[in-house]
Each structure stands twice: as C-alpha cells, then as structure tokens.
Write a protein that binds this ligand. Sequence first.
Ligand code: ZN
Length: 150
Amino acid sequence: MTTRLNHVFIDTIPDELEEGKLYISTRFRVIMHSCCCGCKNKVVTPLSPARWKMTFNGSSISISPSIGNWNFDCKSHYWIQNSEVEWARKWSENEVAEGKLFEREKREEHFKKINKEKEPTIEDNLKIPNKEQVKQSLLVRIKNIFKNLK
Ligand SMILES: [Zn+2]
C-alpha cells in the first residue's frame, strides 16, 4: 500500500507506471498512477471542471475529489492530499451507484453550462456575414444611393 506519492510532469503517456508515482500531463489534462493498493491497475484521472481538479503547491500534489477505483476488483478509495494517500472506506454497492450518478449529473450540468455559454457565440458566428454577403449588401446600398439620386 502506498502512503506517499512522488510526482513527475510528463509530455508523453508512459507505458509502464512506477508504483508510488503520479504522472501528470497538463498537455493531456490527465494524471495517471498505479493504484495505491498495489494491485497494479492503472488509474487515469482526467482533469476538468466537471471531473477532478489538481492543486500543485510547488512541492506537493492534491487531487479533489477522492479517487474511487470502483471499476477495479480492489474497489480502493483514497484521497491524495499534499502527496499523502489518505485511505477512505471502501465503496459499498450503494455508494458506487450514487457516486457514478453524482459524477454523471455533475458532468451533464457542466456541459449544459458550457452549451449555454456557447450559444451566443454560435449565433454571433451566424450573424457575421461572409465576404460575398458583404459585397452584395454593399452593392444594394450603392444601388439604393443611385436610386435616391434619380
Ligand atoms: Zn487497487
């Protein structure tokens, strides 16, 4: 069982994960590590406003919320705070179901929010006339000027 983690910032995803090490890729917005229980399963933690967030204080790493490996046989559950592994209770069947639901709702909420923010930009994009339309509207305007002159 790992109680303390080292970390390394990486640009490429490694094939092999050393135990007790957090592999952090800001480029891929992901943290990978070998399950802290020692089962050697690869734990992939995506960083996103709707998933996990990571704090690097210059020397140690904290990840929030907790890491719940309910998809593995070990069903291990722990917090990573200041690079220390704080073991939490194993998930019960109910908690696993609730956890999955909570995560899904949180994600859906997040994407709903994003879509809302995006809507006006899509509208704005539609309002931006392409060059051909600008030319035409210019022509119409010029024609109108001439019409008014007649
Ligand atoms: Zn494990």
